[in-house]
Design a binder for this molecule. Structure first.
Ligand code: TYD
Length: 135
């Protein structure tokens, strides 16, 4: 299953005096089965991660701690999403150019995807991305 539009997905929030809890599952909250989890952390101030697109991979990204922006480009327009709470995340369909920036100190980006790591799935050239997208 896949969606075609980027979407902020709000997650369940189990409020508790002992500390809150949130979660996501497929198919409950996210639209794909998770094959891989990775995270980005210890990002030096001003650094940018992930300037690329994926041919097939879909992702869901949560700011588990701190904050950062995800800038998505659909080949024509750019849209910025600010993540700064651990109870929602951004779903990114395949074939969106994505850039992560404005990381706060000690921020932690948790990313799940629907496939295993494959360099062959990356598009790292923006012109190539635009050409493929506008075909
Ligand atoms: P990359 O996705 O290019 O990082 P960025 O977030 O800046 O786009 O990944 C950086 C390197 O890490 C890449 O050359 C290969 C390695 N890598 C893995 O081995 N497995 C993974 O799941 C990921 C995401 C990256």
């Amino acid at each position: 299953m896949s969606h075609f539009k980027p979407e902020l997905i709000y997650l369940p929030k189990i409020l508790d005096k002992r500390g809150n809890l949130s979660f996501y599952e497929y198919p409950g909250q996210i639209p794909f089965e998770i094959a891989r989890t990775y995270w980005i952390y210890d990002v030096p101030g001003g650094e940018v991660r992930g300037s690329h697109a994926f041919k097939k991979q879909q992702e869901f990204i949560v700011a588990l701690s701190g904050s950062f922006d995800i800038v998505l480009h659909n080949g024509k327009d750019e849209e910025r999403f600010s993540l700064n709470r651990s109870y929602y995340g951004l779903y990114i369909p395949k074939m969106y150019w994505r850039r992560l920036e404005n990381f706060s100190t000690n921020s932690l980006a948790l990313i799940v995807s629907d496939r295993l790591y494959s360099e062959a799935d990356y598009i790292r050239d923006f012109e190539e991305f635009k050409n493929l997208k506008n075909e």
